[in-house]
Design a protein around this ligand. Structure first.
Ligand code: AMP
Ligand code: GLY
Length: 427
C-alpha cells in the first residue's frame, strides 16, 4: 500500500513513523512535510488547502490511501476531493469536519445527542456582549469566563480568565475581526483527550492521553497548540474510557449519521472529568497534536491497515487494537516567543534521532536544519512507566540545542507523582 500523509507537523511525523512500521505499507509520501519527515518519506510541496492539488498529487504518485493530518484542509473539503478522485482517504468530509470547525454546530450536535458539555451562548453582535458576559464567569458563579472563537484558531482562540476586562477584550477582538464568539460555563476537573477511530456508528477508542495547553510550567501563561502530552492515564478509572465511548462518542457518531453527515476518521473528544462525570470541552476532527506522538508510540497494531479500514468503511471488521505495555511522554520544544510570533531561522543541533519528531523545521541550502515555526520539535520518551518515559524524554531534550527555545519541565509530572485528583474523590 502506498500512503500519502498530508501535513507538516510532529503529528504527521509520528503518523509516518508508525506507517513505516506497518509491513503492508510499501511507499510513503508527505506533503509538504518538514526537515525530519524528508528522511523517511518522499516530500512534495503542494498547497494542502487545495483539494484539487492534493487529489492531483495522490493520483500522480498512485497513492492507495491519503491520510490528512490537520483540521484546515479537512474543513476545506480536501478529503472530499481525494475521495471524488476515487482514492481512499482517512479524514472526514468538510461537513462532518464542522464538529471542530464550528463550535456552534458541535454544541447543536451534542445537544441533540444528549451529551454532557458546558452550557454556552454564541454572541455575534458586539452590542450584546456585555449582557452576555454578565450571564457567565464570576458574575454568574463560575470561577472564570471561558471565551472561544467559534471557528478554527489553532488552539489559541480560547481565553479562560477570572478577569472580566481580559475576557471582554478577547471577545471584542474576535467580534471586531468578524468572528462569532462562544461563551461557556467553566468545566472543572482534569482533562482527557480520547482519540477515537470512527466510521459511521463504529467507534474504536485509542489510549487516553492528556495534553498540556498552557505555555508555562504549572499551567501558567497563554494557551498554545499543546506543549506536551502523555499516555495512558494511570489516574483515570478503568471504566471511564468505556463510559466516554458509550455516553459521549457513540451518541455523537450516531447523531451525525442520523443527520446524514456520517463521520469517518479520528473523532477526538477533549473532556473534563467533572464531579458529574466526563463532559466535553471540544471535539476535533483529526488526530490531536501532541497527543498522537505519545499514543502512536505505544500502538502495536499496523497503522496503515487500520486507517485504510476506516477510510473504506470496514472499521467494524478490524481486529482489536494492540498496545505496548508502559507509557509514552512527548515534550514540545518551542521557538522563542511562541505562542506569540515565533523567532525562526535558527540552527537546530541534535534533532536527527528517531525519537525526535519534527514540526516547524526546514533544511537550509547549506544542509543545516533550521527552525521554521512555533512548535519546532516534539521529543518522545517511552518506558515501562511514566517516570521512565519522562526521564527518557527529558534526557533527549537536553541533548538538543536551539537558541531561545523553551519547553515545559512538568509534562506528566503530576500524574507520575500521583497528584491528579478527580473531583469528588479523596486521595
Ligand atoms: P479548546 O481549544 O476548546 O480545547 O480549549 C483550550 C483549553 O481551554 C482547554 O484544553 C481547557 O484547558 C480550556 N477550556 C476550554 N473550555 C473550557 C471550559 N468550558 N471550562 C474550563 N476550561 C476550558
Ligand atoms: N492537542 C490539542 C489539539 O490537537 O487540538
Amino acid at each position: 500500500m502506498r500512503v500519502l500523509v498530508v501535513g507538516s507537523g510532529a503529528r504527521e511525523h509520528a503518523l509516518l513513523l508508525a506507517l513505516r512500521r506497518d509491513p503492508g505499507v510499501t511507499a510513503l509520501a508527505v506533503a509538504p512535510g518538514n526537515a525530519g519527515t524528508a528522511a523517511i518519506a518522499d516530500q512534495y510541496d503542494v498547497d494542502i488547502a487545495s483539494g484539487a492539488a492534493v487529489a492531483d498529487l495522490a493520483r500522480r504518485i498512485e497513492a492507495d490511501l491519503v491520510v490528512i493530518g490537520p483540521e484546515v484542509p479537512l474543513v476545506l473539503g480536501v478529503a472530499d476531493a481525494v475521495r471524488a478522485a476515487g482514492i481512499a482517504c482517512f479524514g472526514p468530509t468538510a461537513e462532518a469536519a464542522d464538529i471542530e470547525g464550528s463550535k456552534t454546530f458541535a454544541k447543536d450536535v451534542m445537544d441533540a445527542a444528549g451529551v454532557p458539555t458546558a452550557d454556552s451562548e454564541t454572541v455575534d453582535n458586539p452590542a450584546h456582549l456585555d449582557a452576555a458576559l454578565d450571564r457567565f464567569g464570576p458574575a454568574a458563579g463560575d470561577p472564570a469566563w471561558v471565551v472561544k472563537d467559534d471557528g478554527l484558531a489553532a488552539g489559541k482562540g480560547v481565553v479562560v480568565t477570572p478577569d472580566r476586562e481580559l475576557a471582554r477584550a478577547h471577545a471584542a477582538g474576535l467580534l471586531d475581526d468578524g468572528h462569532p464568539v462562544v461563551l461557556e460555563r467553566f468545566l472543572d476537573g482534569p482533562e482527557v483527550s480520547l482519540l477515537c477511530l470512527v466510521d459511521g456508528e463504529t467507534v474504536v477508542p485509542m489510549l487516553p492521553a492528556q495534553d498540556f495547553k498552557r505555555v508555562g510550567n504549572g499551567d501558567c501563561g497563554p494557551n498554545t497548540g499543546g506543549m506536551g502530552a502523555y499516555a495512558p492515564l494511570p489516574w483515570l478509572p478503568a471504566d471511564t474510557v468505556t463510559q466516554i465511548v458509550d455516553e459521549i462518542v457513540k451518541p455523537v457518531a450516531a447523531e451525525m449519521v442520523r443527520r446524514d453527515i456520517p463521520f469517518s476518521g479520528v473523532l477526538y473528544a477533549g473532556l473534563a472529568i467533572t464531579s458529574g462525570g466526563p463532559a466535553v470541552i471540544e471535539f476535533n476532527c483529526r488526530f490531536g497534536d501532541p497527543e498522537t506522538q505519545a499514543v502512536l508510540a505505544l500502538l502495536e497494531t499496523p497503522l496503515g491497515g487500520l486507517l485504510h479500514a476506516v477510510a473504506t468503511g470496514r472499521l467494524a471488521e478490524a481486529p482489536a487494537l494492540r498496545w505496548r505495555e508502559g507509557a509514552a511522554v512527548t515534550v514540545v520544544l518551542a521557538a522563542e516567543n511562541y505562542p506569540g510570533r515565533p523567532r525562526i531561522g535558527d540552527v537546530i543541533v541534535g534533532s536527527e534521532a528517531d525519537d525526535v519528531l519534527h514540526a516547524g523545521t526546514t533544511r537550509r541550502s547549506d544542509g543545516a536544519i533550521v527552525s521554521a515555526g512555533g512548535r519546532v520539535l516534539s521529543i518522545v520518551g517511552t518506558g515501562p512507566d511514566l517516570a521512565a518515559a519522562r526521564a527518557h524524554a527529558y534526557r533527549l531534550i537536553e541533548s538538543i540545542r536551539l537558541p531561545g527555545s523553551h519547553f515545559r519541565a512538568d509534562i506528566a509530572l503530576a500524574a507520575e507523582q500521583g497528584r491528579i485528583v478527580l473531583p469528588g474523590t479523596q486521595q
